[in-house]
Design a protein around this ligand. Structure first.
Ligand code: AMP
Ligand code: ZN
Length: 114
């Protein structure tokens, strides 16, 4: 989608710091990191959120999780732990309507997450 920020990143039209890529997923460093490790796992196909992707391409979730574990291992946070999450819709504060998961690690995180 021409007007989608993350589609433009996937297409290489906007620069990003790539940490992993395969045919389904592009993993990039978040531009405004909230933890020492903050990586975004973008679906290469455009889906507005998990709701759309669960209908159109449910296999993408396994691909994203597998990519996240690879990145967490490479970045050295797999052992101590990390958080993998996706914001969906306005109540969750989803800012970019293109399917992506946040991988956060490298510090202790609180729970519940408000
Ligand atoms: P969300 O609120 O879940 O939609 O998260 C959007 C995330 O995208 C935020 O953490 C932003 O910091 C991040 N972000 C926005 N623009 C860029 C960009 N050009 N490159 C990398 N991360 C970005
Ligand atoms: Zn998109």
């Amino acid at each position: 989608m021409e007007d989608c920020l993350f589609c433009r990143i996937v297409a290489g039209k906007i620069p990003s710091t790539k940490v992993f890529e395969d045919d389904a997923v592009l993993a990039i460093r978040d531009i405004n990191p909230q933890a020492p490790v903050h990586v975004l796992l973008l679906s290469k196909r455009h889906h507005a959120s998990v709701v759309d992707a669960s209908r159109a391409d449910p296999a993408v979730f396994g691909r994203i999780v597998a990519a996240a574990v690879k990145v967490a291992t490479a970045d050295g946070v797999a052992e101590r732990g990390f958080r993998l999450l996706t914001n969906t819709g306005p109540d969750a504060g989803q800012a970019v309507p293109h399917l992506h998961f946040h991988l956060l690690g490298g510090r202790e995180m609180g729970w519940p997450p408000w």
